[in-house]
Write a protein that binds this ligand. Structure first.
Ligand SMILES: O=C(O)C(=O)C[C@]1(C(=O)O)C=C[C@@H](O)C=C1
Length: 115
């Protein structure tokens, strides 16, 4: 059985260290969100470009190169490469969904955007 210390009993130094670490985590999470937002802005433009030129939403060769590159980057950064691959695949699956929806809108005559 595990025994948990109730929050009121935590040593103030421990509480401070936890708060400091959580501040850093919050900053990193904010950076991740902003970087993902920028990435999706780029991929949205790619989606419109592909729709305009009847290119397929997915490019498996490009994905294979991205995964190989990201796995190497992850290894060098001491991040689990399997996790990095899963994370990239998760993002790319969402991008492909967006591309498909942009292509459908193009076929169905939805008003094109500036991208
Ligand atoms: O580079 C492309 O062709 C994209 O559509 C972008 C992207 C990505 O999110 O990185 C998404 C789908 C493709 O299968 C490959 C890569």
């Amino acid at each position: 059985m595990t025994s948990n210390t109730s929050p009121g009993d935590v040593d103030p130094a421990v509480r401070e260290e936890l708060a400091r670490l959580r501040d850093s985590i919050d900053n990193i999470d904010a950076a991740v969100v902003h970087m993902l937002a920028e990435r999706f802005k780029c991929t949205q433009q790619v989606g419109h470009l592909k729709a305009r030129h009847q290119l397929p939403p997915a490019d498996p060769d490009r994905e294979a190169r991205q995964i190989a590159r990201l796995r190497t980057l992850a290894e060098n950064a001491k991040l689990d490469p399997a996790f990095a691959e899963k994370f990239l695949n998760f993002i790319i699956a969402e991008v492909i969904r967006h591309h498909e929806s942009i292509a459908e809108d193009a076929v169905n005559g939805a008003a094109p955007t500036a991208n």
